[in-house]
Design a protein around this ligand. Sequence first.
Ligand code: ADP
Length: 700
Amino acid sequence: MRNPGGKSKRKQVSDWMKMNNRELLAEIEELRIRLEEAEEALSAIRSGEVDALVVSSGEGEKIFTLEGADQPYRVLVETMSEGAATLSADSTVLYCNSRLADLLGTSLDEILGKPLLSRVAAANAPVLAALLERSLDESCRLGESFRTELALLRETGDSVPVLFSCCSLDLGETRGISVIVTDLSEQKRNEEIVAAGTLASSILEQAGEAIIVCDETGRVIRASRQARELFGASPILRPFDELGPLQEFHTDLPFSISAPLSGQSFQGLEVVFRRHDRPFHLLLNARPLLIRRKILGCVVTLIDITDRQRGKEALEEAKAAAEEANRAKSEFLANMSHEIRTPMTVFMAAIDHLLYLDDNPERRHLLGMADQSARRLRGLIDDILDVSRIEARRVELEDEPFELRACVREMLQMFDIPSREKDLRLETEIAPDVPHIVLGDPKRLGQVLINLVGNAVKFTPEGEVCVSVQPRGELLEFAVSDTGIGIPEEKLELIFQNFRQVDSSFTRRFGGTGLGLAISKGLVELMGGNISVKSREGEGSVFTFDIPLKRADKKSLEPLESSGEDFGKELSSVRILLAEDEPMIRELVTTMLARRGWHPETVGTGREALEKWEEDDFDIILMDLQMPLMNGIEATLAIRSRESKRGKRTCIIGLTAHAHREIREECLASGMDEVLTKPLQMDDLFTAIDGCDQVRGPSS
Ligand code: ADP
């Protein structure tokens, strides 16, 4: 191959510019002939027909002889699957087989005569340069081979991993390099596949979940260790649906692998699987295995949540048991209070009646003592019941309009006598901007105030007790202050707890149960407020609580009850039926009613009450709730359904030992007009009777 004259391209072009047409044509013809020669030479080299190769350059010519005996090797080199090349000392490719050209994705013409270093990835060039340098080193014997893995750069820009082996070659005057390039793409791919397979296997072995891979027919093709443990044997090659059944926890339907195989995905589906009667609670995730949008199988993971589920169930059971215990406690207290209230109704009413009848001072004194003790006992029962209700969060608060000043005044009136006895001043200070009518529960507010003022009076030997009310933003602040014995600082925290008193010896000095403040705190908190105390021993105490009581207008107040003069019916002509199974209570209520000149008919069951009502024309029925054969509610329902035909309505007043709001509501819903709680207070009984339309005439 020649490059005559070795001219530079620029010089050649300027020479051509100076030529005329003929000279130019001759020049082109010569170039064409030389090109043909070069092409012939190239194909001769490739086919192994050439014995010697002359490389011309500006520095002269180099001749590489190819001995005739090398011919068979050249054929061998051309047919082998590795790339092969011969390089000059400066890495110029002198010879290269077509496999190497294929590997590089180019033609032999593009490689021959050019440095091979430009054909490797930039990062590998220094490695290759060092390798070539080493093999050319004089100290290295001819034929000694060196190898390295590197990436060849293909014409398209991507790279091919290869094993590059080289050894020095005697090219006569100089040394050259013989190169063999082995394509590692396939091997690398296989290695990657093997590595991916190994990774997948170790993931399956170590995964904490049961992982199952199914093919498109639903057969298990891979399974994790956990899956084998869960199903008790290797599920490989078994149809997934035969491993189960996996019952869906909430529907009891069996889960089928056909669902994910038809494209459905599942996340956190709770299923139950049984093995040897042992239930496993599992969380199932399933996804179709999509490769190029084609479903080739699916992956199912199962997480064992049996312990978690058991814990949840145990917790629910414990909660249900606690609720049941609490319900049983409330029921017990309600029953107990019923049982205690019934005899108490009797002896309180009996005492009351005896006091009414008897003028003898000595007996009246004794009866007074009995009356006081009965009231204390009833207070205690009410307190215990209140504490249990507050603890069980079963206190229902009213939200009704009421006159705040009247509520405070009435409450204070109760302490008129005890404070006068001790010569205590009882003051109220209600700020002018405190609303007159507010929305709330007057009974519960009164209960808190009674507790606090009761304590203040009890623990104050002299001086004053003052109740003040003032607005504090959205809230109303109530303060009960006294000039009493005070409370030691270290006891201030304790006194709001059940049964806690400053000193047990106080029990003897002052009496009390230690429940009043616990009830007050519970009620204030239920009303949405807070209670606190400040006190100094020997100087007095201030109990403060604030609750949200919204302003209401006057119109919202119910019309005042009419006075006795408005009664539409002559009191003595009121006809009353008393339905009560307890003979003593029957007798007592009869005695109470007799004070007003009323003589009720009495029956002992709901059924008798109904029969009596059908025979006669009663204005009022006093109906006990718990009666044999037919209870008070059933009797009321029956009366209400029948009286529409009769055209006259009877006033029905329920009597119950259960003070629950639900019971009261149930009574009213059955058609009762009013409900009274035992022990019956005479005043309450008369007020209820006076409130009946049948007695006072219908309100306009
Ligand atoms: P009780 O008064 O029935 O004992 P309380 O819960 O109402 O129960 O009060 C708890 C204790 O707090 C009382 O026993 C008393 O020691 C103390 N206490 C409450 N109010 C006052 C007060 N105004 N002055 C002094 N001590 C008080």
